[in-house]
Structures are given as C-alpha cells and as structure tokens.
Design a protein around this ligand. Structure first.
Ligand code: HEC
Length: 123
C-alpha cells in the first residue's frame, strides 16, 4: 500500500518538474548577451584573447568552432567543455576566464552549463 502511494506521488511530481522547473535556455536571449558583455572585449575576432587562442564569441558559429586547437563547447556535456571549466575556475589559472574584469555570477555559470547540457543549440 505504502509503496503504491510513493509511486503515485512520483508519477504526479515528475511531469511538474519537466514542465516548470527545468528551463530551456536560448542562445540569442540568454547566452549571447552574457558572452558579449563578459568575453567579447578580448574574444570578438580581435583582442588579446582572440590573438592568443583564435576563440571568438562574435557569433554562434565562431563560438562552436572554438579555439585554433578545437572545440571548447561540447554539446550535451558541460563537464567536457573547456569553456564551462574555464568560467568555473576548474582549469589552470592561466586560462581561468574572464582573464580580467568581473567573473561570471553563479547564475550565469549555471545558465551557460545548462544551455550546453541542453545541446548547445542555436536557438
Ligand atoms: C581580458 C581579456 C579576456 C577576457 C575578458 C576573456 N578572455 Fe578568454 N582568453 C584570454 C587570453 C589572453 C587567452 C589565451 C590564454 C592562453 O592560452 O594563455 C584566452 C583564452 C580563452 C579560451 C581558450 C582556452 C584554451 O583552451 O587555451 C577560452 C575557451 C576562453 N578564453 C573563454 C573565455 C570566456 C568564455 C570569456 C568570458 C567569460 C573570456 N574568455 C574572457 C583573454 C580574455
């Protein structure tokens, strides 16, 4: 009897989580504005970050292309994405980003990671 109640409770709560709590982030609305504000001064197709790494946040295409060595966003896997690790301070300090200026807020970091985990779509 008791376990049946648990099953019913879970069955009722799961759709609520799916509908309300897990927000789908948009590149245009949520992600690009943050990258433009916090990263573009050095990574916009010019600037010291672009000169050193070839990484530009000017567009979705340049973001996904990554650095001259390869991708820094792995769709579906923020833990494998250099970009996410760099903004969380999980890389070597020399590539902790942004290099100078104000770091990303906890909310911005969570949002970027969620967008990557949701497939890093051009939405
Ligand atoms: C003040 C300038 C500056 C700002 C602002 C900046 N970067 Fe950088 N970035 C650099 C420099 C310089 C490098 C090259 C570092 C190196 O390889 O030694 C770099 C390298 C990188 C790399 C390549 C790391 C690698 O694998 O070698 C990534 C990814 C990156 N930046 C992401 C970002 C993101 C995301 C932001 C915004 C949150 C940002 N950067 C803001 C200067 C900056």
């Amino acid at each position: 009897m008791r376990s049946k109640n648990v099953v019913i409770a879970v069955a009722l709560v799961l759709p609520l989580l799916g509908a309300g709590c897990v927000k789908e982030y948009s590149f245009k609305r949520d992600i690009h504005p943050v990258l433009k504000e916090k990263c573009a001064s050095c990574h916009n197709g010019a600037g010291e970050g672009y000169a050193a790494s070839g990484f530009s946040v000017a567009s979705y295409e340049t973001l996904m292309k990554g650095t001259k060595f390869g991708a820094v966003v792995i769709p579906g896997s923020s833990v494998s994405s250099t970009l996410a690790r760099a903004i969380e301070g999980k890389t070597h300090a020399s590539i902790a980003m942004p290099r100078t200026g104000s770091p990303l807020s906890k909310e911005e970091i969570q949002m970027l990671k969620a967008w990557i985990d949701q497939g890093a779509k051009n939405n």
